[in-house]
Design a protein around this ligand. Structure first.
Ligand SMILES: Nc1ncnc2c1ncn2[C@@H]1O[C@H](COP(=O)(O)OP(=O)(O)OP(=O)(O)O)[C@@H](O)[C@H]1O
Length: 261
């Protein structure tokens, strides 16, 4: 956060009511080590944010706190302005509309792209029931829409096992979209991708961000630049720098602990 955005009280500027995610004064320790230290992080509804920072900065732990995997020792964590996430567990938070994509793709390799999306769309149904289920017009429309968004229309009937690494990542993003989340948390989406796939992923996420709030954790600075959104750099569990990519990447503190290494 820039100095201008921090009120005199040290509290983050902006009303909680205007946010989709609101973290303030959040701390968590593991065996006495403060992995998150008085962290404040605000995401407006419909905003996409890139989160960067060196290894161990607390990026994953911040996501764990938002999704209910880790409970903070202190601080406020709110979703949609008024839902106190510290009072809910992981499955409840996922159901509320916070979807998370981990770094490693976990698609069903033995099934087609289409089946994978149908499975994700059905949510609670068993694999067998889901594949035997006769699709509604609305389900078919959603699948076609997600295939287009994820650049996989031409691979609809291809086995997920034969997709490239990048296409598997896109399929998994599609499976997340099928659950209609309000917020997508995306962890290192372009790790291991080709340059062309990386560039396409920035476009894909920008498309998704037109109708969702998104937090993207990534180390690839070229990709972060392509996203064209506000950047938050974490260090030692707190916000070290926040603003445009040009502001953050020119910040001497960021250069010292992260970019200059
Ligand atoms: N369950 C845990 N028990 C003990 N220490 C933990 C636990 N989870 C995270 N940590 C520690 O907290 C710190 C923050 O880790 P975290 O994984 O959030 O960083 P990160 O920014 O995601 O790093 P990376 O870029 O390497 O993924 C690290 O020092 C890590 O070792």
């Amino acid at each position: 956060m820039t100095g201008a955005e921090v009120a005199a009280s040290g509290k983050p500027a902006g009303h909680r009511e205007d946010t989709i995610l609101y973290l303030d004064g959040v701390s968590v320790s593991f065996d006495g080590f403060k992995a998150i230290n008085n962290l404040s992080f605000l995401l407006r509804e419909g905003e996409m944010r890139a989160v960067i920072g060196p290894n161990g900065a607390g990026k994953t732990t911040m996501m764990d706190i938002i999704t209910g995997k880790t409970r903070p020792d202190e601080g406020e964590v709110f979703f949609n302005g008024n839902v106190d996430l510290t009072r809910h567990d992981e499955p409840a938070i996922a159901t509320m509309g916070i979807g998370r994509k981990f770094q490693k793709p976990t698609v069903f390799e033995g099934h087609t792209v289409d089946d994978n999306l149908a499975l994700a769309l059905s949510g609670v149904r068993s694999i067998f029931a889901s594949l035997a289920h006769r699709r509604t017009i609305e389900e078919e429309r959603r699948i076609v829409e997600i295939l287009e968004t994820t650049r996989l229309s031409h691979l609809r009937h291809t086995s997920a096992a034969s997709l490239s690494h990048g296409q598997k990542q896109w399929l998994e993003i599609g499976m997340l979209l099928a659950q209609s989340p309000k917020v997508l948390l995306v962890d290192e989406p372009v790790a291991g991708m080709t340059d062309a796939e990386t560039a396409e992923t920035a476009r894909l996420l920008r498309d998704i961000a037109r109708s969702h709030s998104v937090v993207v954790v990534e180390h690839d600075m070229g990709f972060v630049r392509d996203l064209g959104v506000k950047v938050t750099c974490l260090h030692e569990g707190s916000v070290l720098s926040e603003g445009t990519i040009d502001h953050v990447s020119a910040d001497p503190k960021v250069i010292e602990v992260y970019l200059g290494r």
